[in-house]
Write a protein that binds this ligand. Structure first.
Ligand code: C2E
Ligand code: CA
Ligand code: CA
Length: 649
C-alpha cells in the first residue's frame, strides 16, 4: 500500500502502558501498607479515644487524597502520552509525504499519478514530461486514454485490476507528443493521496526490447524468404494440432508439397528468379487454405500445409484433404510472371491424415515425404496419400544402409565388365559394380547405388572401383592381346564434387601404373546442375593427364549446348531408353539421330548403350553410330568371362 502509511506503522509506539503499570504498582503497594496500619494499630498508638477517631478519620482522608492524587497523575500522564503520540504521527506523516514527493519528483523513471475511476492524470514527474514530450500542465490536463492507445473500456478494466491489486504489471503502448507510438511496461501501486485513492504508475519504455524479441522470434520461427512458418514452428503447431484433435476427435491432414524440377529454374535463370518463384508459391499456398490452417516452408522448394478440423470420419477427411490438395495442384501450376519471363512449375504432393497423438511430428513428416516421392514417381504434378506399406520400404532402406556399411568394411564388392564394341571388335569395357551379398548373392547397383549416393557411401565404393579398374588396366598392359582395352568407370556427382577428386584419380593411376589414356570417366548430366565451373576445371586438370570423358545417359537429363562446348568431352553415350524404342517410336529415333549429329558437330565420338538386337544396331549404324554396348553383344561379365569374350572375338 502507500508509502507514508507504511512508514508510520514502522515507527516505535510510545510505551504509555509501561509508566501506567508502574504507577498502579506503586499505588497498590502503598494501599497494602496503609491497610496494614489497621484501626487496632491506631488504637494502640493513640490511647485517647478522641485522638484515635481523629487518626482514623485522617487515615480515611489520607486514602481519598492519595487515590485522587494518583488518579490525577495518571490522567496527566495519559493525556501527555496521547498528545505526543498524535504529534509524532503528524510529524511522520509530513516527512513521509515529503519523502514521497521527493521520490516522485526526482525519480529518473517516468511516474504518473492517475485516478483509476476517471482516468484523470493527477500528477506527473519531470521524467514523464520529458518522455512524453508534453508539459506538466498539458499532461495533468489529460486523461490516461489520451496517452494509452488501448480502447477506453480496456484501459478502465486494467485500472480496475490494478486498483484491486489483481495485477501490478501491464504492457501498454503510449502515444507521445511527437505522434510516435512506443511500447511501455507499467508497474502500478494503489496509493492514498490527499484523500483520494489513486494509482501510481512507473512507466518503462520497452520498445527496443520488444523489437529485439520480435526479431529473434522472426528469425527463430519464420522463414526469412517467404515469411511462412519454419520447420521449428511447424513442429510446434503440429503438436498443438495433435493435442486439439485428441480432444475434439476431428481429423487433421499434413500435405508436403515439393516443386518439380525447381533446380532447372535456379540453374537457367539464377537464384534471384528462384527466390521470387518461392515467394509467389508461398503466397498462392496461403490463398488456398483457411486462416485456421498452417502453411510452412521446410527449406528449399519444400512446403507444408497443415489442415485442421476436418471430418471425424477418416475417409471423409481424406476426401476433404484431397480436395484441398487438388486445389493446390491447380493453383501452383498456373503460369507465373517472373520479371520478363513467364514460367510454369508443377508440384508433387504427399499427404497423410492424423488425429491425436497416434504418431510423432517427425514421423508424420517422414510419412508425407514418402507419399510425396510416390507422387513424383507417378509422374509428378500429382497427389498421393501415405500408405503403411511405404514404411516397409523405409525400414528396408535402413537395413540396407547398415549392410552396405558392413560390405565396405568387408570388401564385398566386385566388378563386372560389359564389352564396348566397335565394328565387331571389343575396344574396352564399362566397369559395373556388383555387391556380393552374403545371403542374397549378387545385388544390382540399381538397388544400392541410389542409397549409397544419398548416404555418402558412394565415396568409398567409388574409390574402390577406381582402384580396381586401374589395377586391371595395369595388369592388361602386360598382356599384348589385352593391352589395347579401355575401361570406363561411372563417377557420381557427389564423388566428382570432392575437393581432392583430381588427386584421387591421379594417385590411383600413379600407384597402379595404369595408362591414363585408357581410363574413361562416365559423367551424368546431373553434374551440370550446379558448380559447373568447378566441374570443368577438374575435367581439364584430368584431361591434361590424358584421362577421357564420356557423357552418360545422354538426352535424359539437363544438358545445355553451351556447357557441352566448354567441357573437354570425348564421347556422348546415347541413353538406353532411346535405343530401346528406336525402331518403334519415331520420336526416340529422331532423338538418337539428333544426338549422333550433335556428337559429330561437336567433334565427339558417340556410343549407344542398351543395344539388344541386330536391328537396333543396324538402325544406329545407318544413322552414323558405330560403337555399341548392350546385351546383343554381351551382358556385363565377371573378369575371366570378359577376358574370354575378348579373346574369342
Ligand atoms: P549405367 O551407367 O547406365 O549402366 C548401364 C546399365 O545398363 C547397367 O546396369 C547395364 O548392366 C545395363 N545394360 C547394359 N546393356 C543393356 C541392355 O542391352 N539392355 C538392358 N536392359 N540393360 C543393359 P547395371 O549394371 O545394373 O548398372 C546400373 C547403374 O548403376 C549404372 O547405369 C550406373 O549408373 C550405376 N553404376 C554401376 N556401377 C557403378 C559405379 O561403379 N559407380 C557409380 N557411381 N555408379 C555405378
Ligand atoms: Ca554408365
Ligand atoms: Ca548409362
Amino acid at each position: 500500500m502507500n508509502t507514508f502509511k507504511k512508514d508510520s506503522q514502522n515507527e516505535p509506539k510510545p510505551k504509555a502502558h509501561n509508566s501506567v503499570l508502574r504507577l498502579v504498582s506503586i499505588y497498590a503497594a502503598l494501599s497494602v501498607i496503609w491497610i496494614l496500619l489497621s484501626d487496632k494499630v491506631v488504637e494502640s498508638l493513640f490511647a485517647d479515644q478522641a485522638t484515635a477517631i481523629a487518626a482514623s478519620t485522617l487515615k480515611g482522608w489520607g486514602f481519598v487524597a492519595a487515590t485522587s492524587l494518583l488518579l490525577y497523575i495518571l490522567m496527566r500522564r495519559l493525556t501527555n502520552q496521547i498528545l505526543t503520540f498524535a504529534q509524532r504521527e503528524q510529524e511522520i506523516l509530513r516527512t513521509s509525504k515529503e519523502r514521497f514527493r521527493n521520490l516522485f519528483e526526482k525519480n529518473t523513471s517516468v511516474m504518473l499519478l492517475v485516478d483509476p475511476i476517471t482516468g484523470e492524470i493527477v500528477d506527473v514527474n519531470a521524467s514523464a514530461t520529458a518522455y512524453h514530450g508534453y508539459s506538466k500542465a498539458q499532461l495533468t490536463g489529460m486523461r490516461i486514454n489520451d496517452l494509452n492507445t488501448l480502447p477506453q473500456e480496456q484501459i478502465a478494466a486494467q485500472m480496475q485490476r490494478a486498483s484491486n491489486g489483481e495485477s501490478n504489471l501491464f504492457i501498454f503502448t503510449h502515444r507521445l507528443a511527437s505522434g510516435e507510438v512506443r511500447d511501455v511496461e507499467v508497474h502500478t501501486s494503489p496509493i492514498e493521496w490527499e484523500g483520494r485513492s489513486l494509482l501510481l504508475g512507473s512507466v518503462h519504455d520497452i520498445t527496443e526490447r520488444k523489437q529485439a524479441e520480435e526479431k529473434i522470434n522472426q528469425l527463430a520461427f519464420y522463414d526469412q524468404l517467404t515469411g511462412l512458418l519454419n520447420r521449428t514452428l511447424l513442429q510446434d503447431r503440429l503438436r498443438q494440432a495433435m493435442a486439439a484433435s485428441a480432444r475434439s476427435g476431428f481429423q487433421s491432414a499434413l500435405l508436403l508439397i515439393d516443386l518439380d524440377n525447381f533446380k532447372t529454374l535456379n540453374d537457367t535463370h539464377g537464384h534471384d528468379m528462384g527466390d521470387i518463384l518461392l515467394q509467389r508459391v508461398a503466397q498462392r499456398l496461403t490463398e488456398c487454405v483457411r486462416e485456421s490452417d498452417t502453411v510452412a516452408r521446410l527449406g528449399g522448394d519444400e512446403f507444408v500445409v497443415m489442415l485442421v478440423d476436418l471430418s471425424k470420419d477418416q475417409s471423409e477427411a481424406a476426401v476433404q484433404a484431397e480436395l484441398v490438395g487438388r486445389k493446390i495442384l491447380a493453383t501452383i501450376s498456373q503460369n507465373y510472371q517472373l520479371r520478363e519471363i513467364t514460367y510454369r512449375i508443377t508440384p508433387s504432393i504427399g499427404a497423410c491424415l492424423f488425429c491425436g497423438h497416434n504418431i510423432d511430428p517427425d514421423m508424420l513428416l517422414k510419412q508425407s515425404d514418402l507419399a510425396m516421392y510416390k507422387a513424383k514417381d507417378a509422374g509428378r504434378n500429382n497427389l498421393c496419400f501415405f500408405e503403411p506399406d511405404m514404411e516397409l520400404v523405409v525400414l528396408n532402406l535402413a537395413k540396407l544402409e547398415g549392410e552396405l556399411r558392413e560390405a565396405i568394411e568387408k570388401g564385398q564388392f566386385l566388378i563386372h565388365y560389359q564389352p564396348q564394341v566397335v565394328e565387331n571388335k571389343t575396344l574396352g569395357a564399362e566397369a559395373l559394380v556388383r555387391w556380393l551379398h552374403p545371403e542374397r548373392g549378387i545385388v544390382s547397383p540399381a538397388e544400392f547405388i541410389p542409397l549409397a549416393e544419398e548416404t555418402g557411401l558412394i565415396l568409398p565404393v567409388g574409390q574402390w572401383v577406381l582402384k580396381t579398374a586401374c589395377t586391371q588396366l595395369a595388369l592388361w598392359a602386360n598382356r599384348p592381346e589385352m593391352a589395347h582395352l579401355t575401361i570406363a568407370i561411372n563417377v557420381s556427382a557427389r564423388q566428382f564434387r570432392q575437393e581432392d577428386f583430381v588427386e584421387q584419380v591421379l594417385s590411383a593411376l600413379k600407384k597402379t601404373g595404369a595408362n591414363p589414356a585408357q581410363l574413361k570417366l562416365e559423367l551424368t548430366e546431373s553434374l551440370l546442375v550446379s558448380h559447373v565451373d568447378d566441374l570443368i576445371e577438374k575435367m581439364f586438370a584430368l584431361k591434361a593427364e590424358g584421362v577421357g570423358f564420356s557423357l552418360d545417359d545422354f538426352g535424359t537429363g539437363y544438358s545445355s549446348l553451351s556447357y557441352l562446348k566448354r567441357m573437354p568431352l570425348d564421347q556422348l553415350k546415347i541413353d538406353q531408353s532411346f535405343v530401346r524404342d528406336v525402331l518403334s517410336d519415331p520420336n526416340d529415333a529422331s532423338i538418337a539421330k539428333t544426338i549422333i549429329a550433335l556428337a559429330e558437330n561437336l567433334g565427339l565420338s558417340v556410343i549407344a548403350e542398351g543395344v539388344e538386337t541386330a536391328l537396333q544396331r543396324d538402325f544406329l549404324a545407318s544413322a552414323g553410330c558405330h560403337a555399341y554396348q548392350g546385351y546383343f553383344f554381351s551382358r556385363p561379365l565377371p573378369i575371366e568371362a570378359f577376358e574370354a569374350f575378348v579373346l574369342q572375338k
